[in-house]
Design a binder for this molecule. Structure first.
Ligand code: NAG
Length: 376
């Protein structure tokens, strides 16, 4: 019987083609175009002191207290939170929100970077100072289990002009994945931005109100170090295919070749997708043909409000705003573990031998922790 509901359905269906839950999609619909390497980086290399990740780890300035977040299937002694002292409070601030997570186990199969275990966590400042401070990344040294963790924030910047850079306004940085010297950050509607840890710079921390070249000096809103964007992978729109949203990202070393998995958050759409692109381990870039990277896996999954995804040995894990963890494999089907989280969970990152890392973003409930994937 025809009625208003039918008309609404037809309209919706034509805007967003209805996709079945957990189905394979056409790979050639999901393409990214690789840009060249930033030509500004060589000039910045000359203008600024270059530092290594180990230099930042030797200069951490905030503490991560151990925490007990009351999460299901938690790996014991992995949970920590952010500094909340009288003059510095990342645990409760509404200026910055933590989003993405990756670890040195993504960067290298050895699990360490320059000899040390490190975690990188991205934050956005969408609602602070008109978003002009952009996005930052915390370098966290996990130290011993449950104690002694410390961190420092580094501003993510994009090169401009001949020898300048700026904060990346509007970068939500909902997910991050680390591979070798490269750090891949999702840009919701644009695609991926790639940052190069071989070109970390020290800037003048006394410059508090600007980022980039200020007279003969360089600053970054008071931060001491910056990590420059060197390349992008731009989403290639296709008629008849809903533009992919780049909401979160993880690295998969459990299948060959190594790959990244990108997914989209949407509050109501039930045609959200997970897309995989393979990595060329020799240069740490996506595998391309004529600068185009084509997906190696594309699925629709039927779930709304997904905040993070990872795959381990061809089984997917999805975090959902309401606090559930969803897992799925073609063989085993779907399993929902309700109320796994106490607040909104975010991006996922798998560390073999430890677990599935994720974090919560809301002020006061900000914890970073690992879950046991075998329990989902
Ligand atoms: C999707 O592709 C995978 C891998 O080829 C296969 O195992 C699975 O059965 C396919 N799913 C459907 C619903 O066709």
């Amino acid at each position: 019987m025809l009625g208003p509901g039918t008309i609404l359905f037809v309209l919706t269906a034509s805007l967003h083609p209805t996709l079945a839950a957990w189905d394979n999609l056409t790979l050639s619909d999901y393409k990214l175009k690789q840009s060249g390497y930033s030509t500004t980086v060589a000039a910045l290399d000359k203008a600024l002191p270059n530092v290594k990740v180990s230099d930042i780890l030797a200069d951490l300035n905030h503490g991560n207290p151990a925490s007990s977040p009351g999460i299901k299937n938690l790996v014991a002694s992995t949970a920590y939170r952010w500094e909340d002292t009288a003059d510095f409070n990342d645990q409760d601030t509404e200026k910055w929100y933590p989003q993405g997570i990756t670890t040195s186990a993504d960067a290298y199969a050895s699990g360490v970077y320059e000899g040390e275990k490190v975690q990188l966590i991205t934050w956005h400042s969408d609602n602070y100072d008109d978003g002009k401070r952009g996005a930052r990344v915390s370098f966290v040294s996990p130290g011993g289990k449950g104690s002694g963790k410390r961190y420092r924030h580094v501003l993510l910047v994009q090169p401009t002009g001949d020898d300048d850079f700026q904060a990346i306004k509007g970068l939500h940085a909902g997910g991050v994945a680390w591979y070798g010297n490269l750090v891949y950050v999702v840009d919701t509607t644009g695609g991926l931005r790639v940052f190069d840890l071989d070109h970390l710079y020290k800037v003048d921390a006394d410059i508090k109100d600007d980022a980039g070249k200020v007279g003969s000096k360089y600053g970054a809103y008071g931060y001491k170090y910056v990590l420059p964007q060197v390349r992008t992978y731009n989403w290639q729109s296709k008629s008849g295919v809903t533009d992919l949203r780049f909401s979160f990202i993880s690295l998969d070393r459990t299948t060959t070749p190594d790959s990244i998995l990108v997914g989209e958050y949407h509050a109501t759409r039930t045609d959200c997708r997970l897309i995989r692109w393979d990595i060329d381990y020799t240069n740490r870039l996506l595998k391309t043909s004529g600068s185009i990277a084509t997906a190696s896996e594309a699925v629709s999954h039927g779930n709304t409000k997904i905040q993070g995804a990872a795959s381990i040995n061809s089984k997917w894990f999805l975090t959902q705003s309401g606090g559930d963890m969803i897992s799925f494999s073609w063989r085993g089907g779907k399993k929902t573990t309700e109320n796994t989280f106490t607040k909104v969970p975010e991006d996922l990152s798998y560390e073999e031998g430890v677990g599935l890392w994720t974090l919560q973003e809301q002020p006061g409930y900000r914890h970073v922790f690992a879950l046991d994937p075998s329990k989902f």
